[in-house]
Design a protein around this ligand. Structure first.
Ligand code: SAH
Ligand code: SF4
Length: 344
C-alpha cells in the first residue's frame, strides 16, 4: 500500500498493522501528509484548544542509572537539589496565578520524598483546586494507591522503549516487566496514565517504535509524550547521535491517528533540538504544552539533557511568544484541567 492509502486508512479506522506503522515511520517523505492528517484528527477529537500544564521539577536526586539521563546516579557532574515542601507548594501557587489549572510534579527517583511527604504536598496543592500529575518514577502498588487517595489525578511514566532487551541494557538495575507493572497498577487505580518513548536510542529499530505505538494503544494511554534523545555528554551515551526530529514528528502524527483522543504534548526535547519544532508538533497532532514553572538554580540544575533549561517555555514566554504563535496557527490556550476527552 502506498503512503496516502495507509494514512487514509489510519485516519478513518484508527488502526494499522505493525508493518504498516513501520512503513510510515520509515518513509521520510511522508512527514507532511502525516502531519496534515494528524492535524485533522486532532481537531476532530480534541479541538483547537492547547492545554497548558505547569511543570515543577522538585528534586534532581535519582537512585536510578538510566544511560541517557543527566540525573543518573553515577553522574558526578550533576548538581543535586531538592526543594522544600514550602517551595513546591509556592511554585504550585504561582502556576495557579499564571492561570494554569494543572501542575506536573517531576523529579528523579528520590527516596527523601517519602509517600507521607508527597501525600502532604499533594493535599496542599489540591486545596488550590489544581489537577495534580506526578512524574516521580516507579513505586509499589500501595504507594501509588496512597498518592491517588491523597488526590493525585494523573501519572506520567514513559516506557521509554518496548524493546525489552534494549530497555534492560539502557536502564541498568531496572526491569521492563516492573515498568509495565507500574503502568498497569496506575491504570487500575484510576489515574489518567501518561507514557511515551524516546526516539533515537542506540540500537532502537523502526519495528520497535511501531511496537511502542501498539503498546500505547493496548494500554489505552491517556497521554503520550514522545521526545527525541538529546545526547548528554555526561552520560554513557556520549558520542551517540541525537534522535531524528523528522522521525519524532512522524511518530507523534501516527500516534494521533491511532489514539485520536489522547493528550499529546509538544515536548521540550523537540524544541531543544530544533527551535520551532514545538509549533510543528502542534500542527502535526500535538495539543499540550508543559511550560516549566521551575525558576532559578533548580531550573539550571535539573539537567536531563543539555540545552533544556534554556528553552523559552517559562510562563512569561508562553503568555507572549507562544500566544502569538498559537494565534497564527488558529489555536488558543484552553482554560481547563485538561482531562482526557472521551468522544467514543
Ligand atoms: N524520573 C522520572 C521522571 C523524570 S525523567 C522518570 O524517569 O520517569 C523524565 C523523562 O525524561 C524520562 O522519561 C526520559 O524519557 C526523559 N529523558 C531523560 N534523559 C533524556 C535525554 N537525554 N534526552 C531526552 N529525554 C530524556
Ligand atoms: Fe532518574 Fe528518570 Fe533520569 Fe532515569 S530518566 S535517571 S529515573 S530522572
Amino acid at each position: 500500500m502506498n503512503k496516502a492509502v495507509l494514512i487514509e486508512k489510519a485516519e478513518q479506522l484508527h488502526r494499522l498493522k505493525k508493518s504498516e506503522i513501520a512503513a510510515l515511520l520509515s518513509d521520510n517523505t511522508a512527514g507532511k501528509m502525516l502531519a496534515e492528517a494528524a492535524n485533522r484528527v486532532r481537531k476532530r477529537y480534541v479541538g483547537d484548544g492547547v492545554l497548558l500544564r505547569g511543570l515543577i521539577e522538585f528534586s534532581s536526586y535519582c537512585r536510578c542509572n538510566c544511560c541517557y539521563c543527566g540525573l543518573r546516579r553515577d553522574n558526578g557532574k550533576a548538581k543535586r537539589f531538592r526543594m522544600s515542601e514550602r517551595e513546591i507548594i509556592e511554585l504550585a501557587g504561582q502556576a495557579k496565578d499564571y492561570g494554569y489549572q494543572t501542575v506536573v510534579l517531576q523529579s528523579g527517583e528520590d527516596a527523601f520524598f517519602s509517600i507521607e511527604r508527597l501525600g502532604k504536598i499533594i493535599e496542599k496543592i489540591k486545596e488550590l483546586d489544581l489537577a495534580v500529575t506526578l512524574s516521580i518514577g516507579e513505586r509499589s502498588f500501595n504507594d501509588y494507591k496512597i498518592l491517588r487517595e491523597a488526590g493525585a489525578d494523573r501519572f506520567l511514566l514513559r516506557i521509554e522503549t518496548t524493546d525489552a532487551a534494549l530497555y534492560t541494557q539502557l536502564n541498568p538495575g531496572m526491569s521492563y516487566t516492573e515498568r509495565v507493572r507500574c503502568l498497569k497498577d496506575l491504570r487500575s487505580l484510576g489515574y489518567e496514565v501518561g507514557t511515551g518513548s524516546l526516539v533515537g536510542l542506540p540500537g532502537q529499530t523502526i519495528d520497535s517504535l511501531a511496537d511502542d505505538i501498539l503498546f500505547f494503544q493496548k494500554l489505552d494511554a491517556d497521554m503520550i509524550g514522545i521526545g527525541p534523545l538529546v545526547t548528554n555528554p555526561d552520560t554513557p551515551l556520549d558520542g551517540n547521535n541525537c534522535g531524528d526530529v523528522g522521525l519524532t514528528l512522524r511518530m507523534l502524527a501516527v500516534i494521533r491517528l491511532l489514539l485520536p483522543e489522547a493528550n499529546i504534548p509538544a515536548t521540550t526535547a523537540l524544541e531543544t533540538l530544533e527551535p520551532g519544532a514545538r509549533i510543528m508538533a502542534l500542527t502535526g497532532g500535538a495539543n499540550v504544552i508543559m511550560p516549566n514553572v521551575t525558576v532559578g538554580e533548580a531550573r539550571m540544575n535539573y539537567a536531563l539533557y543539555p540545552g533544556k533549561a534554556e528553552v523559552a517555555d517559562t510562563p512569561q514566554d508562553c503568555n507572549s511568544i507562544l500566544m502569538t504563535e498559537l494565534h497564527t496557527i488558529g489555536r488558543y490556550i484552553e482554560n481547563s484541567k485538561g482531562f482526557r476527552k472521551h468522544r467514543h
